[in-house]
Design a protein around this ligand. Structure first.
Ligand SMILES: [Zn+2]
Ligand SMILES: [Zn+2]
Length: 219
């Protein structure tokens, strides 16, 4: 627990169902697995997707209540605020400009008084914690459940998260998914040939985007 309860709060804001503490642990494990399987339905890296959402929930928590919380504001001053990616996430929140006004006034005044504290983005930390949690949950999932999710789902793991996943049948299944992406890339390229251009578009139509996400994560 942080001295001002900050970490308790950021973990609460970053967690899937807004709960914290051991009483909710069983439920959290269950919802973590459910969230992963749900993400595998979509053409994204399931771990990147869930981690980004945890960061977004944290920022939305700060926008809603954190700007009125002296502990959070102190912590942001000590950590130098957000990285550029998370300022973009802050900016994309549908809220009045007041929360941004309050925190940026704090940060710029603090910079002028005491100099730069260096940047230690709290939203990046939330994402890193979520990343570990989801990757561990994925390692615990039975391969049959992953198989079932991938049978109709279009999800995958980016190379970074595939490397972080322990060896075993689930790891092997995600490697196979990369081969699917590769064959979809070849199918897309083939249809650029005028002789095949009239063929209806299939699952290969967004292969380029999935491939970017495989290589770059949350693209
Ligand atoms: Zn990823
Ligand atoms: Zn960040």
């Amino acid at each position: 627990m942080g001295q001002d309860g900050f970490f308790d709060r950021i973990l609460r804001w970053g967690s899937g169902d807004g709960r914290s503490g051991s009483a909710a642990a069983g439920r959290n494990v269950h919802s973590t697995e459910f969230e992963l399987l749900e993400a595998l339905d979509r053409p994204v890296c399931a771990v990147c997707d869930r981690a980004r959402r945890a960061g977004d929930r944290y920022i939305s928590g700060v926008v809603r209540e954190g700007v009125n919380d002296p502990g959070t504001r102190d912590s942001w001053r000590r950590r130098g605020g957000l990285c550029a990616r998370h300022w973009r996430a802050f900016r994309s929140q549908e809220s009045s400009p007041l929360p941004a006004t309050i925190v940026s006034e704090d940060l710029i005044a603090s910079y002028l008084e005491t100099g730069s504290p260096g940047l230690d983005c709290p939203a990046c930390e939330i994402e890193a914690i979520a990343e570990r949690r989801y990757l561990e949950a994925l390692g615990r999932l039975e391969s049959e459940r992953v198989e079932k999710a991938l049978e109709h789902g279009r999800g995958f793991l980016c190379l970074h998260h595939l490397e972080g996943l322990s060896d075993g049948p689930v790891h092997e299944r995600f490697r196979e998914r990369l081969r699917d992406v590769l064959s979809d890339l070849a199918a897309f390229r083939r249809k650029q040939d005028y002789r095949f251009a009239g063929e209806p578009a299939g699952p290969e139509r967004d292969a380029w985007l999935r491939a970017m996400r495989v290589l770059g994560g949350d693209v």
